[in-house]
Design a protein around this ligand. Structure first.
Ligand code: PLP
Length: 371
């Protein structure tokens, strides 16, 4: 073996890329940046990404679940945190006690938060979410004024922010974002006329931050682009952004197999002649999907994954790299010599988006950080 590897498969995260990517967006917008680190920082590691983003000038972190926000607080990350998602009523007290801002969209929910705030004698920081067209969470635009009134009149609540989320900002030529923006502005002028506008308005995700500067308001919620991943094919990142994540493994075994030898469960692949077959200790339990057409990099070349992906292992055909031997590094996402496989390439093979590729890298895959 060329070198003894410490892990079977691992992710390398370049935290300086995260810091750089935040600095890039800070050049484009005048407001603040919220680093979206939900889902374990899109698979990169929430705590480390949050620290790198704050070092680059981000001032908020955005999360989906209370557990995620508490993980940051336990790591002594003390910037403002916003939860985008629903918080089970029994968990609201933890948000209040840890100064975590909550998203609300209906009157009952607001009442229940106020009740907890009164019990714990701790004011709740509230962001009212308006559904301007995403159809997920958010009050109807026509109810926004009434909800803003309730929040403002409830002494246990601090009306900190108001926001919406765009459904199609990653299709910059599509008119939906403009329509959603207009609806948000209508809500804002209505509540402003009653002096109810909160200090912080936000709407833009990565795609909108990059292509729709009118919607940047006081904060942009910056996720996929912070990781150096393209929001979509129609909304690619400028070259100044760098991907932070590489996913690697190693050839654990290389052998020559005679003709007509079945490879892996079901023998879907059979050798045609004497073939060099490599085994890699990565499988679907690591998030490497059971899809046909997978490829990885070995000795600077793309080689095909053959046969079915197993839970912990896959096999590759090594004809193109006759020198390959046990111990050689394998790249699943990243660069090797002049060859590269991006999260977007893998997403295409898997019939999904880059978000799902990195979020799906298994919990048992260690994340190694370079800064
Ligand atoms: C409410 C909200 N804001 C912002 C983001 C960040 O989006 P993106 O990763 O496209 O920047 C997300 C992610 O899904 C989100 O749910």
């Amino acid at each position: 073996m060329k070198e003894i590897q410490k892990y079977s498969t691992w992710v390398e995260v370049d935290l300086s890329a995260i810091t750089n990517n935040i600095k890039q967006i800070k050049k484009e917008i005048s407001g603040e940046v919220m680093a979206v680190v939900k889902a374990n920082g899109y698979g990169h590691g929430a705590i480390q990404v949050a620290k790198a983003a704050l070092a680059g000038g981000a001032s908020w972190c955005g999360l989906a679940r209370i557990e995620e926000a508490l993980e940051l607080r336990h790591a002594r990350i003390d910037c403002p945190l916003l939860l985008f998602g629903w918080v089970p009523p029994r968990q609201i007290k933890y948000a209040l006690l840890n100064d975590i801002s909550l998203t609300v969209w209906d009157a009952d929910q607001i009442k229940s938060i106020a009740k907890t705030a009164s019990e714990y004698q701790k004011a709740a920081r509230i962001h009212l979410k308006i559904d301007t067209g995403m159809g997920r969470l958010g009050s109807k635009p026509k109810d926004a004024l009434q909800l803003a009134q309730i929040i403002s009149e409830t002494p246990e609540l601090i009306f900190e922010g108001l926001y919406t989320h765009f459904a199609r900002a990653d299709e910059p030529l599509q008119p939906t974002t403009k329509k959603q923006h207009a609806i948000l502005n209508h809500v804002l002028s209505e509540i402003s006329s009653y002096q109810l506008r909160p200090q912080i308005i936000h709407a833009a995700n990565s795609a909108a931050s990059l292509t729709f500067p009118n919607a940047s308001y006081q904060i942009v919620r910056f996720g996929i682009a912070m990781y150096g991943l393209h929001p979509s094919r129609e909304c690619p990142l400028p070259d100044s952004y760098q991907p932070a994540l590489q996913w690697k493994s190693v050839l654990s075994y290389v052998k020559t197999v005679p003709p007509d030898h079945g490879i892996s469960y079901g023998h879907e692949y059979r050798t045609l002649r004497n073939e060099r077959i490599g085994t890699i200790p990565i499988g679907y339990a690591d998030g490497f999907r059971r899809t046909k057409g997978n490829q990885v990099l070995v000795n600077g070349k793309k080689v095909p994954v053959i046969g079915r992906v197993c839970m912990d292992q896959v096999m590759v055909q090594l004809d193109q790299v006759p020198q390959a031997k046990a111990g050689d590094e394998v790249v699943i996402i990243g660069k090797q010599d002049k060859a590269a496989i991006s999260a977007e390439d893998l997403a295409k093979i898997w019939g999904t988006i880059n978000y799902e590729v990195t979020c799906g890298i298994g919990a048992r895959v260690p994340r190694i950080y370079n800064s």
